[in-house]
Design a protein. Sequence first.
Length: 196
Amino acid sequence: MQFFYRTVILGFALTAALRAADEVEVPPWSIGTISTETGMLWQIGTGTPLSYRLVPTQIAWRSGAIVSHAFANGSRVVLRHRFGLIGTWVQQGPESFYAGLTASPSIEWWDKSGTWALYAGSGGGAGVIDSRGVRGGQGQDFTFNWFIRGGVERVVSRNYTVTAGILYQHMSNGGQTDPNPGIDALGFTLGVSRSY
């Protein structure tokens, strides 16, 4: 009977060792991710006389690297696709919510260890806001958006990264109403991503 127990224990140990050997570390830029980001944006500029404060939340998908270049020092720059769903609570302003879609490239510079990156991107999309007909507010429900984002991404475990960044976002109806008020907002974002 002792032989049986020893054989079973040895079998489990060998299986665990072989499984661990099969798990190859995959660079974070080579696979897709799903992320959630939120933050706070404050009105800047003169597109509207109103003082807006926005709380955007994004759920975004990033592809694996579509273009990549490794430098002699081991660091790497990559380009990835990024598509997002935006849900924004208008904390201060006549409207109460904005919902939209975005698309943009994500350009990332990863250090040689592959544990952190600087990222940037610019893109746009369209969405809806609950316009109220308030002077200086959005003139209609349908709006366009564009944004510029940048920040730092840090690998915290095999499948997870965290981000901290800045975001500039513009929302307007693209001249479809006269006057054409626009929201220009700047602030910070924090997020978490899971690779798959």
